[in-house]
Design a protein around this ligand. Structure first.
Ligand SMILES: Cc1cc2nc3c(=O)[nH]c(=O)nc-3n(C[C@H](O)[C@H](O)[C@H](O)COP(=O)(O)OP(=O)(O)OC[C@H]3O[C@@H](n4cnc5c(N)ncnc54)[C@H](O)[C@@H]3O)c2cc1C
Ligand code: FES
Ligand code: FES
Length: 411
């Protein structure tokens, strides 16, 4: 397999034109699961991590141009006020490790009907800027999704950016799943109100073969709000209007069977698409990071990549060239345990110890921010780290203890 690593956007487009079969990889949180489980074995990977243009965003005439490679974490931190619907959706994606790596461009590339970016992109009338060496075009989000996990990209095209109008009014995103963290949507919905143009935007996710708008519901609500003079007032919506709107959204949906599937466990060969986790454990003899799910679900392989928390199972080995990785082995100073490690031992937060290395790194990442976290923040920070035997009370106790002893307490 070829591992193509362009250093600029022009190089990336040239590489894609010369190798249309090359599979782009950005955060890798979808691609690496497919590679780990042998669901896909492309002849070439096109690593977009070093294309700095993709990791930028800018504002032009009230429209945000969001580079395809901006992570969910940055989107939440830097654009939450301007793109509230998309930021709300981003907050529900996976765990901190997934949000640090995953991108809206990758969500569009995967085009899963359950992708959380899609409803807000549809509701806010976004356009997808795609490019090839032949030129650039903007595809309205409504035309981008062409089937289950299919999109309108030509084989030589890459997603450059997403063009999204800054919110002109309230936006809301809601997602139903089987638990309240680390969950793929069973159904999701976004609504965006624009009081200036008196229009309503909607996006339905995971309830049809492709994400889609509920056009009739949009028209109905815009008219009902105008009729009742509610565009300029904050009075509650009449129950009958809300009920009719709900019915029209329901009518626009066409639920599908779940497309998340598994495939046979892969036999690892030596190639650049193998995961960082495999390289650490099997090639470098660093067994601290554990291998449990290989799909970013359990967090037992959590490490720092250039100081950012990631799941090592979702990073391609080739993407790590020239980068710094710190594993749990790097926390202790020789034989002296790090205070976080010591706290886990003292609080009895370790039984089989399988989840412990990942929890230690994730806890370290939380506490190094320098503020003493509330229990709710601890739960959120550790949502991507599953423990199968100790139970989370002891783990919470260990985090509180470590916070009390943190070497660099809040100033
Ligand atoms: C544990 C776990 C939890 C998850 N939870 C959620 C969730 O709650 N909600 C959700 O929506 N998703 C979730 N995902 C899926 C995934 O994180 C998202 O789809 C994410 O947005 C993918 O972004 P990425 O940068 O990692 O994409 P990658 O894996 O790098 O790429 C995904 C696809 O997009 C293509 N691609 C990437 N960049 C480009 C580009 N610039 N041009 C053209 N094609 C491109 C790739 O070829 C590939 O087909 C989860 C994944 C895991 C492992
Ligand atoms: S998250 Fe990487 S092995 Fe489970
Ligand atoms: S201590 Fe066994 S899985 Fe957490």
């Amino acid at each position: 397999m070829d591992f193509l690593q362009p250093a600029s956007w022009d190089e990336a487009l040239a590489a894609k034109a010369a190798n249309p079969e090359a599979l782009p990889i950005a955060g890798g949180t979808d691609v690496m699961v497919e590679l780990n489980f042998d669901a896909r074995r492309p002849s070439a990977l096109l690593d977009l991590n070093r294309v700095s243009e993709l990791a930028e965003w800018a504002t032009e005439n009230g429209t945000i141009r969001l580079g395809a490679g901006v992570s969910y974490t940055r989107l939440i931190d830097e654009l939450g006020g301007r793109l509230p619907g998309l930021a709300m959706a981003a907050r529900t994606v996976g765990s901190p490790q997934i949000r640090n790596r995953g991108t809206v461009g990758g969500n569009l590339g995967a085009a899963s009907p359950a992708g959380d970016s899609h409803p807000p992109l549809l509701a806010s009338g976004a356009g997808i800027e795609v490019a090839s060496t032949r030129g650039t075009r903007v595809i309205p989000a409504t035309d981008f999704y062409t089937g289950v996990k299919k999109n309108a990209l030509a084989p030589d095209e890459l997603i450059a950016a997403i063009l999204i109008p800054s919110a002109a009014g309230p936006q809301q995103f809601s997602k139903i799943g089987t638990r309240n963290a680390m969950v793929i949507a069973v159904a999701s919905f976004c609504i965006s109100l624009d009081p200036r143009s008196e229009t309503v935007g909607t996006g339905i996710g995971s309830a049809a073969p492709t994400p889609r708008r509920a056009l009739q519901a949009e028209r109905f609500l815009a008219g009902a709000l105008a009729e009742a003079g509610l565009w300029q007032s904050r009075t509650g919506l009449p129950a009958s209007v809300a009920a009719e709107f709900g019915e029209l959204v329901k009518a626009a949906a066409a639920p599908i069977d779940d497309v998340r599937g598994t495939s046979a466990y892969r036999l690892h060969a030596l190639w650049e698409g193998e995961s960082l986790l495999y390289v650490l454990r099997e090639r470098m003899g660093l067994p601290g990071s554990k291998n449990a799910c290989e799909q970013g679900e359990c967090g037992s392989c959590t490490v720092y990549l250039d100081d950012t928390l990631v799941c090592a199972c979702l990073v391609a080995a080739g993407q790590v060239q020239g980068r710094t990785v710190v594993t749990v082995e790097g926390l202790a100073s020789g034989d002296v345990l790090h205070p976080v490690q010591q706290a886990f031992v003292e609080a009895g937060a370790v039984q089989c110890g399988f989840c412990t290395p990942g929890l230690l790194i994730a806890t370290h990442d939380l506490l190094r921010r320098g503020t003493r976290p509330a229990d709710a923040e601890v739960r959120e920070a550790l949502a991507g780290n599953l423990c199968r035997c100790t139970g989370y009370e002891k783990i919470l106790e260990a985090v509180r203890l470590a916070a009390d002893r943190w070497p660099e307490p809040a100033s």
